[in-house]
Design a protein around this ligand. Structure first.
Ligand code: NAI
Length: 236
C-alpha cells in the first residue's frame, strides 16, 4: 500500500485538537511537509494560528504556503465545533457561528486550495463529517448534524467537479471519538450513546487519522466522492 508522503505538502485544519494533532504526527511520520492551522496556539513547526471564518486569514494561509512550497498536495478539513444545544434553544447567531466554522469555512478554504490542485493536476482533500450527519442529532445539536450532512454533500459536488483533473475529494464520518470534543457530555448521555456502539468502546483519534491518511494517499487512487464511516458499527 502506497502511504509515502515524501515531499508532499499537507495542510491540516484544527491541528491543535485531538484528531488534528494526531494527523500532524502521522503525516509527518510518513514523510510529509505538514502545515497545521488552528484558532488555538501551538508551538509546532509550520504552525499558523488563525480563525478559519476570516476570509483574509484563509487567503493569507493558502498564499503563504504556496509562496513557500509552490504546491499543496493534501488538505484535511478537520476543524470543527460540536454543540449539543436542544433544537428549541438554538439561536440564529449560534446557528450561524456553527455553520460558519463547520461548513462555510470548509467550502471557502477548499475553493482556494482546489484551484491550485486542479492546475497541478493532482491533490487529495479529506473533510470531517460525522455519524450525526447520517442519522441526525439526538444528543448532537440539529445544527451540528446538519452541518456535517452538508459536508458530505459538498464532498460529492467537489469530487464530481475535480475528478477529471486528478483531484480526489472524500470525507470520513467518525462516531464517538475519545477527544476533548466529548468533554462535558453528561455521563447518562454517554451511557446512552455507548449502548449503540456494537464494538462497545469509543474510537480513538489514531483510528480516524489512519482512515484519513489512507484517503489522502495514492493507496486510495480510485476512491472519490465517498464518506468512510469510522464508528465501531454504530451506523452501517
Ligand atoms: P477538537 O475539539 O479536539 O478539535 C477541533 C479543533 O478545531 C480545535 O483545536 C479547535 O480550536 C479548532 N477550531 C474550532 N473553531 C475554529 C476556527 N474558527 N478556526 C480554526 N480552528 C478552529 O475535536 P476533534 O475531536 O479533534 O474533532 C475534529 C473533527 O472531527 C471536527 O470537525 C469534529 O466535528 C469531527 N468529529 C469528531 C468526533 C468526536 O467524537 N470527537 C465525532 C465526529 C466528528
Amino acid at each position: 500500500m502506497e502511504l509515502n508522503f515524501k515531499n508532499k505538502v499537507v495542510l491540516i485544519t484544527g491541528a491543535a485538537g485531538g484528531i488534528g494533532s494526531t494527523l500532524v504526527r502521522d503525516f509527518k511520520s510518513h514523510g510529509a511537509i505538514v502545515y497545521g492551522t488552528d484558532i488555538s496556539p501551538s508551538s509546532d513547526s509550520n504552525y499558523i494560528q488563525g480563525d478559519l471564518t476570516n476570509d483574509q486569514f484563509l487567503s493569507d494561509l493558502v498564499n503563504g504556503i504556496l509562496e513557500k512550497e509552490g504546491r499543496i498536495d493534501v488538505l484535511v478539513n478537520n476543524a470543527g465545533i460540536y454543540l449539543r444545544t436542544p433544537a428549541k434553544d438554538i439561536t440564529r447567531s449560534e446557528w450561524e457561528r456553527l455553520m460558519d466554522i463547520n461548513l462555510t469555512s470548509v467550502f471557502f478554504l477548499t475553493q482556494l486550495v482546489i484551484d491550485k490542485m486542479i492546475s497541478q493536476k493532482s491533490g487529495a482533500i479529506v473533510s470531517l463529517a460525522s455519524v450525526a450527519g447520517k442519522v441526525g442529532g439526538l444528543i448532537a445539536g440539529a445544527h451540528y448534524a446538519a452541518s456535517k450532512a452538508a459536508v458530505e454533500c459538498l464532498t460529492k459536488s467537489l469530487a464530481k467537479l475535480s475528478a477529471a483533473h486528478g483531484v480526489r475529494v472524500n470525507a470520513v464520518a467518525p462516531g464517538i471519538i475519545d477527544t476533548s470534543m466529548q468533554d462535558g457530555v453528561p455521563a447518562e448521555q454517554m451511557e446512552f450513546l455507548m449502548k449503540n456502539i456494537p464494538m462497545g468502546r469509543l474510537g480513538t483519534a489514531a483510528e480516524v487519522a489512519d482512515a484519513i491518511v489512507f484517503l489522502a494517499s495514492d493507496a486510495s487512487s480510485y476512491i472519490t466522492g465517498q464518506t468512510i464511516s469510522i464508528n465501531g458499527g454504530t451506523y452501517m
